[in-house]
Ligand binder design. Sequence first.
Ligand SMILES: Cc1ncc(COP(=O)(O)O)c(C=O)c1O
Length: 374
Amino acid sequence: MNLPPFKLERYFAKYEFNTEYLLCSSDCEAMSIADLLALESGAAEKFQNTWLGYTESQGHPNLRREIANIYETIQPEEILVHTGAEEAIYLFMHAVLKKNDHIIVHTPHYQSLSEVAISIGCETCAWPAREENGWALDVNELKNLIQLNTKAIILNTPHNPTGYLMSHADFDSVNQFAQENNLLLFCDEVYRESEYNPAMRLPAACDMGEHAVSLGVTSKTYGLAGLRIGWIATKNKNIYHDMVSLKDYTTICNSAPSEFLAEVALRNRQKLVARNLGIIKSNLEVVDELFTNHPDLFKWVRPLAGSMGFPKLLTSALQGKGNIEDFCDNLVRQAGVLLLPGTMYDDSENHFRIGLGRKNFPQAVERLESFLSK
Ligand SMILES: Cc1ncc(COP(=O)(O)O)c(C=O)c1O
């Protein structure tokens, strides 16, 4: 196994804890343990009494019950809890893929969604999101991308970094295509429940049949990244079994305090979603104004869901000098504002990621505006 550096994570490692304004975070505003426990009477006392022994490898039954409530048809025994979504991606790929298998990957993408497969010796091909179509995927392209050795489609909706949300009709077609061609569908749904229009929320892939695995986490929509609690939900018993078996080599079981806190969080997830969507929607107004004021500098495809978007810095903004990396570098050094260059996703067209989930977003945009005016 040979895993190259995770570009986006290394970029964050350099700036995340020494920069005043993080204007490109993918997660929503977090909260303290005290504030989380205050959501439910009696929770603080129960937390104090949490037993610090090993926990059940699949995840605490109470937590799995709360996670199963997110889905329509999933039972607690079809949930496998992990340390973050990242561990689940790693174990899914190792459980289902072998050398020379092929996967089709929604692109651009969070790096591990292809990189773990490549490290196993798999071939990957990009299923491209098209900016000119609002970052949509074209389902008709799947028939040209499939090969004899294709094992899985890797989809991420709502999407990091574009905020694209697939239509119901396209989602049905992808599921049908996967079923008809005997492919697995790994659906990264870590931004699910953050749709700006709830009527556009898609069914979870795991509710569509045994071909699918849904990925969830407390980090993004619910704003609790520090818990490091992620999960997969699937009716596919073989995949579930193989992932359980591999987990003995990564984390064995999850953190008991985090499992308890995640259980409280998910029981109260509607409150967390309302709080975080409130922050995102008010930040969207600020960012709309920024981009309306500067049509000469930016091209903006407004997201449909989630806590980020992927605007493009136009060449006029660069005044013939450098690229998006230079722009972001100058911005963070001179104004203390962090944007994420699209090159972290292998994008070569001067896009950058802007994060909409943080409370200090308006102040960060003010700093960006004054940087632009210089
Ligand atoms: C699409 C996507 N999947 C998975 C992850 C990993 O989530 P976590 O860091 O909570 O493990 C992220 C994190 O940014 C993500 O954006």
